[in-house]
Design a protein around this ligand. Structure first.
Ligand code: MG
Length: 290
């Protein structure tokens, strides 16, 4: 199934996307739950509850699609340098404060987080902050946790995956370097475009799908998630070793080669640019920069 969160006639909604991607059938839920997007639906499925009644379909063209998890319960988990070619590109850029610790390819997953308040939806403006001159895009497959848990072994991890969505891990590279951590420069307001849908794991093989990013129509990133250094089971095993995972948690799995700092000179984003991330089996996520 594909779950979309939206606004329609001043109300929040969440519903099932039709197979032709033209319509949404809203779930009959109280407003407080609808405002959380797909989260209550994921939680109901994890509990084994029946899903709410479906209301009459609305054309997707008539609603404003928002992030499928517009208010994540907590920070978005993210993985740094998780594609072989990107790890080399980043280490060679001079912006990698972690590069000294052991060459290009990390021995263990590099984990950081983005604050939940930086999530925005499809077509939402990503704001250029006045305090940075080095804003970059990062196309990523994001895993949505279904059943939570702690100490999840890699061999069991896929049974904890509800599904997937697209995340653009927008980054202020100068802040990422200067402050010796990745949290601030990746958590600026509007720096986490997400969407357009949550796609359940039975509809998509996250271990083998194509991730692409275009800036103003120019292809910048194009890779398969089969090239991940640490695969999805390893990421879940690592994160859950000491942190209990909950339904609706988001893990952005890292970005492929082709980010702006990989070019010489770097191709930073500028006002008026349009970023477009495409992932086969999910759709596209487009956001203008202003
Ligand atoms: Mg990233």
């Amino acid at each position: 199934m594909k779950i979309v969160a939206f606004e329609h006639n001043g109300q929040s909604g969440v519903g099932l996307v039709s197979s032709d991607l033209l319509q949404v059938q809203p779930f009959d839920l109280p407003q407080a739950q609808r405002a959380l997007g797909a989260l209550p639906i994921v939680e109901m499925q994890v509990r084994g509850d029946a899903l709410p009644k479906l209301l009459p379909a609305i054309a997707l063209a008539d609603v404003k699609v928002i992030a499928p998890l517009p208010k994540p319960r907590r920070n978005i988990f993210c993985v740094g340098k998780n594609y072989y070619a990107h790890a080399k590109e980043f280490a060679g850029s001079g912006f990698d404060s972690s590069a000294k610790s052991g060459g290009d390819i990390p021995a263990d997953p590099i984990i950081f987080t983005k604050v939940p308040e930086c999530v925005v939806g499809p077509d939402a403006v990503v704001e250029m902050p006045s305090v940075s001159t080095a804003i970059d895009y990062e196309a990523e497959l994001a895993v949505i946790i279904g059943k939570g848990g702690k100490g999840i072994a890699a061999k069991d991890a896929m049974s904890h995956v509800w599904g997937y969505t697209i995340v653009n891990d927008v980054t202020a590279r100068d802040w990422q370097m200067r402050h010796q951590q990745w949290h601030m420069g990746k958590s600026f307001d509007t720096f986490c475009p997400m969407g357009p849908y949550l796609v359940s794991a039975d509809e998509l093989d996250g271990a083998k799908t194509r991730v692409r990013c275009f800036v103003n129509g120019e292809l910048r990133q194009d890779a398969s998630t089969a090239d991940l250094i640490f695969d999805i089971p390893k990421l879940i095993e690592t994160l859950s070793a000491g942190i209990t995972l909950y339904p609706g948690d988001v893990i952005a799995t890292g970005t492929p080669v082709g980010v702006g700092i990989g070019f010489k000179p770097p191709k930073y984003l500028k006002s008026g640019d349009v970023m477009r991330v495409e992932i086969d089996g999910i759709g596209h996520l487009e956001n203008p920069v202003r």
